[in-house]
Design a protein around this ligand. Structure first.
Ligand code: NAD
Length: 313
């Protein structure tokens, strides 16, 4: 077994998930280099620890990547153009960042002699669902350019692992939520509902609200990244979810119960085309091989998120 890497390189470490992953490593006394172009990340997300270094750069800049990665022992690759809608609006850029950018990261790591890579993949690679719960063998037929580019990134990772004997872990995240997740035009439901609750505006639900999602807390995503990095020879693909799902109606009710504010009304509008009805991960493989164990209940996670969003609003 190799010793745990003392210095890790985190692309996208100023973003929502990357900053939580960075914090997880820093709290365990690792040194961290964050490499991020700040396109959707923020300097204020970067945890303030002595052993963190920030490099502003683009993963398509091979020269800067090479200079910045030197001296690191593992790479956690989270930088990406994120989201289905964004990718439909900017298809070419999506692939330039998520496919070519990923190849640059892999190639620079290989040349420097870094064997351990943890790649952030997404449940968006599955596309239309054939069965539930979703295991790692579920067919991958993505229906957005984002799903395609994240899948291509995974395939390049697996190919590099085979060709060059690298130890590469691909983590397929389901619906991630938690601190540092901001509302934006492509936002996820929890930041959107929280922002509406802050303003006393109704929760808008598409369709009957009986669609289900596997919401996984970002602390558990950080845990999976840590395990994938510090364990040796665990290369392969893993689902990372909570392994439980709730309906959007249940989510709205839970969010209305948090805090002492008056509940906001719930408004139903027609369902959105192309949206999957149900999502639920099987996480048995990650549990068995990585020792992954979700630690955050949805109730506790939503309460924590609500406290966080109030503190930054
Ligand atoms: N949020 C989710 O629910 C979710 C679900 C599945 C997978 N993922 C994956 O997790 C990773 C992190 O996503 P996130 O939700 O934290 O998004 P995010 O947008 O907050 O983070 C992405 C980070 O990458 C940086 N970045 C983007 N393009 C870059 C480039 N060309 N060079 C350098 N840095 C660049 C951004 O500035 C940002 O800090 C992504 O790989 C994403 O595909 C996220």
């Amino acid at each position: 077994m190799n010793p745990s890497p003392s210095k890790v390189f985190i692309t996208g470490g100023a973003g929502f998930i990357g900053s939580n992953v960075a914090k997880y490593f820093l709290e365990r006394n690792h040194s961290v280099v964050i490499f991020d172009n700040l396109s959707t990340g923020y300097m204020q997300n970067i945890p303030s620890f002595l052993n963190v270094q920030f490099v502003k750069g683009d993963i398509r800049d091979k020269e800067l990547l090479t200079k910045s990665m030197a001296g690191c022992e593992a790479v956690l690759h989270l930088a990406a153009a994120v989201g289905n809608i964004r990718s439909i609006e900017n298809t070419v850029e999506d692939s330039e960042i998520n496919v070519l950018g990923t190849l640059h990261v892999l190639d620079v790591a290989r040349h420097i002699g870094i064997r351990k890579i943890v790649y952030s993949s997404s449940a968006a690679i599955f596309g239309e669902l054939k069965r539930l719960p979703i295991d790692e063998e579920h067919p991958t037929t993505p229906d957005s350019p984002y799903g395609v580019s994240k899948l291509a990134g995974e395939l390049h990772c697996l190919c590099y692992a085979k060709l060059y004997g690298m130890d590469i872990v691909c983590l397929r995240y389901f619906n991630v939520y938690g601190p540092n997740q901001c509302y934006d035009a492509y936002g996820n439901v929890i930041p959107i509902f929280s922002t509406r609750k802050l303003k006393g505006e109704p929760f808008v639900i598409y369709g009957d609200g009986e669609q289900t999602r596997d919401f996984v807390h970002v602390f558990d995503i950080a845990q999976a990244n840590y395990l994938g990095t510090t364990l040796s020879n665990v290369g392969g693909i893993y689902n990372v979810g909570a392994g439980q799902s709730i309906t959007i109606n249940q989510l709205a009710d839970m969010m209305n119960e948090i805090g002492d504010q008056k509940p906001v009304p719930i408004q139903h509008v027609p369902a959105r085309k192309g949206e999957v009805k149900h999502s639920l991960a099987t996480i048995e493989k990650a549990k068995k091989i990585l020792g992954y164990q979700p630690t955050q209940t949805i109730q506790a996670g939503l309460k924590g998120y609500w406290e966080w969003i109030q503190s930054v609003s």
